[in-house]
Write a protein of this length. Structure first.
Ligand code: 0GY
Length: 295
């Protein structure tokens, strides 16, 4: 673990907010354990181990039912820890993998069988080395054939340059953490409005209204981030997801308490109908569509 890396909260509080039955934590990670699933040599940080057992324990403690586990940069393109967690979840976790153009069809099919339903394209410069866009485009058609979608991670100042590329993507595109706005600028600032316009004009774009702990300047209970999540939930209630982001890699300011994070939900999704969409209907439609169709 890096000397300045903050481990996850050892003892989170019980949230006051009670999530609806079947709620999905649609953005979280598993890290290691390193002796079984070593971190990638090209990683930009070394986290503390955050094994699947701890994630499933947290899910139950918070009153959630399912997880969408996202491959983080510290594991590079080796999705073994992710796949192992999916296979131990009794079908209650689905995954977002990171792959390169050299991935074989056999590997893609094996990941699909384990529960992977998307790939992640990470453009955050402190996390990954820049890669030519062709590399990503080579993967797109292959994963689209499997019915997978694409999750993208970038920071607000990089959106303008990325828009032409993003608009080429033929699948559903889920943007991590509200496109990482600078919350000091407010929701009406052109940077955030550029992101809002992208969602308004492209119905295949979704976003995660997650990560107040990263976006906040004020700290918990994240008052300064609320207007951003609320704005997106009100405008795009059928295309929003929520996640804890456990174990919160690279947090420098504070150790987030997941109970406090769950209590953000009713402040951004203020009606029961919107909470049901955010936590159940939307993630189920995207990650467990076969269960939705059975209804
Ligand atoms: C997140 C955010 C971060 C890290 C990663 O892939 C990653 O390493 O996603 C971050 O440092 O902002 O969603 O976990």
């Amino acid at each position: 673990m890096d000397p300045d890396y903050l481990p996850f909260h050892p003892n989170p509080s019980k949230p006051t907010y009670k999530a609806p039955a079947g709620a999905v934590d649609a953005h979280c990670h598993v890290f290691g354990p390193a002796d079984k699933f070593p971190y990638a040599p090209e990683r930009k940080y070394t986290p503390c181990d955050a094994p699947k057992e701890k994630l499933f324990e947290l899910r139950d403690f918070l009153g959630f039912s399912r997880n969408v586990i996202v491959q983080a940069s510290c594991h590079g393109r080796n999705n073994a820890a992710l796949v192992d967690a999916l296979m131990s979840s009794n079908g209650l976790a689905r995954g977002v993998a990171v792959v390169g153009p050299d991935v074989t069809d056999e590997e893609l099919h094996a990941m699909d069988k384990a529960g992977v339903r998307a790939v992640r394209f990470n453009f955050v410069k402190r996390l990954v080395d820049a890669a030519p866009k062709d590399i990503f485009l080579k993967i797109v058609d292959r994963i689209a054939k499997l019915g997978w979608h694409i999750v993208v991670y970038f920071e607000a100042p990089d959106l303008e340059d990325l828009i032409p590329f993003l608009k080429q993507l033929p699948t559903t595109v889920v943007v991590d953490h509200m496109g990482r706005p600078d919350v000091r600028k407010g929701v009406n600032h052109p940077d955030f409005q550029r992101f809002v316009t992208l969602l308004a004009e492209n119905k295949n774009f979704w976003t995660k209204v997650s990560c107040p702990e990263r976006l906040t300047i004020q700290g918990p209970p994240y008052e300064d981030v609320i207007p951003f999540g609320k704005y997106l939930v009100e405008k795009f209630s059928d295309r929003v997801l929520w996640g804890t982001d456990w174990p919160h890699p690279n947090m420098k300011s504070h150790v987030p308490d997941e109970g406090v994070l769950v209590d953000v939900i009713p402040r951004i999704a203020t009606t029961e109908a919107d909470q049901q969409k955010l936590l159940v209907a939307n993630p189920m439609r995207l990650y467990w569509p076969e269960e939705e169709q059975e209804k």
